[in-house]
Design a protein around this ligand. Structure first.
Ligand code: NAP
Ligand code: HSE
Length: 455
């Protein structure tokens, strides 16, 4: 930064813009998000300068492929493959390259050289946020990451700052745009999983490796970040229970419709009160929710999140959860905050993990379930299934049975499809029941197991 000492008032008149100090901004990555960040930085140059009290000068843009044409907002003259040199001479580093390395080393290096950091990289924060927080503290710089959770939706700031005086009990919602887009397309238009995923990739919603979306890892990273912030404790990524949507079939979607429910990939983080205190849970799985639940109508790549806090009650956040422009909006908000602190002095919020609450294993929680089985169609099968559930203390709420078509000439065994919904039961009891079904001759296959939420 140059020309104006910290703490001095920012000129407000546009004619004085050129007299403002300058902050050097290094941008790591010029893909879906980075391209939009650079567009907004260019288009809103003057307005941002007024809001910050300093001009932002992009000192360079690190990419892998120097030869690719990136449009008017990413001038070739700014492109570099030498990200390491770029971050060492910056006041602010915007990391939108993704992945663990070299992003982690670059950000640590940037902070060591005095730069504040804005990142959208939830994978890195969930895996190694500790090193980043510690580096920010050690070097007296800021670390902002609003864009890492739920795209454009302000969620990190409300949890970390607005609700810092309250006691959050639960955060529940849809935090992955790609999987919501896929499930929505499969439900509303009957699209195949593969076609819907290809569209989500084309629209810039998916991660570089879409397995992270589809298998729930991206949502799990966000759940780990949210739980750590909400409960002032470290929620390790390894402790987040994670199931994706790759096993959700057209039959599951049809069954949900028949039951007046919708399948959504949910992230749930909550306090669990116990006799001797409390523990916390973070989990991600596809779940059936009633059609009348507000989350059921969240379409395309939109995200929506409920926060329940003791004093505030229930809050709902909704908006575009993925895509270049919405995510760039969240990045720019953080850039303004970090830049203001450079100009006017002070620091942004720090990590708080004084509570050190332990996480509770999934097996100790209770959920309602929908279990779909293919069984032999003969007397006693239903009783056998009900008996197994009852043996583990699981109470059935509804059963739906459908005979499957049979080739009579082949002499094959008559088969039926059974869909069982249960009342809330221990996860460990459901696991034990499924173990019995998988070794019982009458149960030909366990087709799906989905939890039921929001009832
Ligand atoms: P992307 O389109 O794949 O862009 C990544 C950019 O980083 C590319 O410009 C790439 O260079 C550059 N890059 C990657 N590895 C590099 C390396 N080792 N050295 C130098 N440059 C490198 O990814 P994106 O969708 O913009 O996502 C970026 C980050 O934002 C990720 O952390 C992602 O999780 C997060 N995020 C994305 C979204 C979204 O909707 N897309 C939303 C929220 C958060 P080349 O162009 O030369 O390949
Ligand atoms: N791939 C992510 C999603 C991007 O689909 O939600 C936003 O974090």
């Amino acid at each position: 930064m140059s020309q104006q000492p910290p703490g001095s008032p920012a000129p407000q008149d546009s004619s004085t813009l050129s007299a403002l100090p300058t902050l050097r901004v290094a941008v790591l990555g010029a893909g879906t998000v980075g391209g939009e960040v650079l567009r907004l930085l260019a288009q809103q140059d003057a307005e941002l300068a007024h809001r910050i009290g300093a001009r932002l000068e992009v000192s360079g843009v690190a990419v892998r492929d120097l030869g690719r044409d990136r449009g008017e907002h990413v001038p070739a003259s700014l492109l570099t493959e030498d990200a390491a040199a770029l971050v060492r001479s910056a006041d602010l580093v915007i990391e939108v390259m993704g992945g663990i390395e070299p992003a982690r080393t670059l950000l640590l290096d940037a902070m060591e050289h005095g730069a504040s950091v804005v990142t959208a990289n939830k994978a890195l924060l969930a895996q190694d946020g500790v090193s980043l927080y510690e580096a920010a503290d050690a070097h007296g710089v800021d670390l902002y990451f609003e864009a890492a959770v739920a795209g454009a939706i302000p969620l990190v700031r409300p949890v970390r700052e607005s609700l810092a005086g309250d006691r959050i009990q639960r955060v529940l919602g849809i935090v992955n745009g790609t999987t919501n887009y896929i499930l929505d397309a499969m439900t509303r238009t009957g699209a195949s999983f593969e076609d819907a995923l290809a569209n989500a990739q084309q629209l810039g919603y998916a991660e570089a490796d879409p397995t992270a979306d589809v298998e729930g890892h991206d949502a799990a990273a966000k759940a780990s970040i949210l739980a750590s912030l909400a409960f002032h404790s470290r929620m390790r990524l390894a402790d987040v229970h994670c199931e994706g949507i790759s096993q959700v079939s057209a039959q599951d979607i049809a069954a949900a419709e028949r039951m007046g429910r919708t399948i959504k990939l949910l992230s749930i983080v909550e306090r669990v009160e116990e006799e001797n205190g409390e523990r916390i849970s973070a989990r991600v799985y596809p779940a059936l929710i009633p059609d009348h639940h507000p989350l059921a109508s969240v379409s395309e790549a939109y995200n929506a999140v409920f926060i329940e806090a003791d004093a505030a009650g229930s809050l709902m956040f909704y908006g575009q959860g993925a895509g270049g422009s919405p995510t760039a909006s969240a990045v720019l908000g953080d850039v303004v905050s970090a830049a203001r602190a450079r100009v006017h002095g002070g620091y942004g919020p720090r990590e708080s993990r004084y509570a050190e609450l332990e996480s509770i294993p999934l097996e100790e929680l209770r959920s309602a379930f929908y279990v779909s089985l293919t069984v032999e169609d003969r007397p006693g099968v239903l009783a056998e299934i009900a008996g197994t559930f009852s043996g583990y203390g699981i109470s059935i709420s509804t059963i739906h049975q459908e005979l499957l078509e049979q080739d009579e000439q082949s002499g094959e065994q008559a088969r039926a499809h059974i869909g069982v919904s249960t009342h809330r039961a221990l996860e460990s009891a459901m696991t034990a029941s499924l173990d019995v079904f998988s070794s019982t001759a009458t149960v030909l296959s366990i087709d799906s197991v989905l939890r039921i939420e929001g009832e």
